[in-house]
Write a protein that binds this ligand. Structure first.
Ligand SMILES: Nc1ncnc2c1ncn2[C@@H]1O[C@H](COP(=O)(O)OP(=O)(O)OP(=O)(O)O)[C@@H](O)[C@H]1O
Length: 253
């Protein structure tokens, strides 16, 4: 199985002062799939995400990217190998416009850690690609808008454009629709449906409708362990999942 996976984990664990937040997780992410990580609050989803992207070092276990051991590599190395995660809004610069954010991401070899400001001439090299990416995420009209003027959903779209600037093979999205109204949720689902072409998407997502519409495979975590894994329809009908997470009402539909 590991041979077929683009990203895989074996026995992955992470302790926080004796508390095991991620507990011997085995995971295989199939290439070109959308793979959702779900589970109740505190299940270990974010910790697992941080482990897979190098933001946290595992206490035990192994992570492979395309069969290569990447366990313990720092985030910028993992990013350079083709694994990018969407940035959180807090990392946007309020006064820089949308295009400048994407230009900065394009000129940074890892996409992480903003480098010093390059000359305007050099940056303009990236303007065309930046505009393409902004167009892809529906921000073409807002390229000149300062980040602080963007509505919440548009900020999240900008984060996605920044992550896409790396042209990652594996794109990790942390709750891409969190805090969004219905219209933005629909827009984001449509957007993820488009950007998944030619790449693998791993997402932590609480909204089961979003998971159902996008995910090929769903892994349910509970108390740091994999509870169930499979296609959405199968997972949502699983008694263990209903008990742990979905709730009887949702399962009845
Ligand atoms: N830096 C940390 N120090 C101590 N405990 C932590 C740390 N990070 C996470 N934890 C604990 O590990 C467990 C898993 O947390 P994690 O954030 O990974 O869960 P989650 O599934 O992402 O939850 P949520 O859906 O609420 O975001 C929780 O009990 C949390 O309190």
């Amino acid at each position: 199985m590991t041979g077929q996976a683009i990203l895989s984990a074996r026995g992955l664990s992470r302790d926080f002062r004796g508390f095991r937040a991620v507990d011997a997780v085995d995971l295989d992410i199939a290439p070109d799939s959308v793979h959702a990580l779900v589970g109740p609050n505190g299940a270990g989803k974010t910790t697992l995400f941080n482990l897979l992207t190098g933001f946290l070092r595992p206490t035990a276990g192994r992570i492979e990217l395309n069969g290569r051991d990447v366990t313990g590599l720092p985030p910028e190395r993992v990013a350079r190998l083709g694994v990018a995660r969407s940035f959180q809004i807090t990392s946007l610069f309020p006064q820089l416009c949308a295009r400048e954010h994407v230009e900065l991401a394009l000129q940074s070899p890892s996409g992480l850690g903003w480098r010093f400001w390059r000359s305007a001439k050099l940056m303009s090299r990236y303007a065309d690609r930046a505009d393409e990416l902004l167009d892809m995420v529906g921000l073409a009209e807002l390229a000149e808008a300062p980040a602080e003027a963007l509505a919440y959903g548009r900020k999240r779209a900008l984060e996605l454009a920044i992550a896409l600037a790396l042209d990652p093979k594996v794109l990790l999205l942390d709750e891409p629709t969190a805090g969004m109204g219905l219209e933005d949720v629909d827009r984001t689902v449509e957007l993820i449906g488009r950007v998944r072409a030619g790449r693998t998407v791993v997402m932590v997502e609480h909204n089961m409708s979003v998971v159902g519409r996008l995910a090929d495979t769903v892994t349910v975590l509970q108390a740091g362990r994999v509870l169930v894994e499979g296609p959405y329809q199968q997972v949502r009908a699983d008694e263990r999942v209903i008990t742990a997470y979905l709730g009887a009402t949702d399962a009845a539909h």
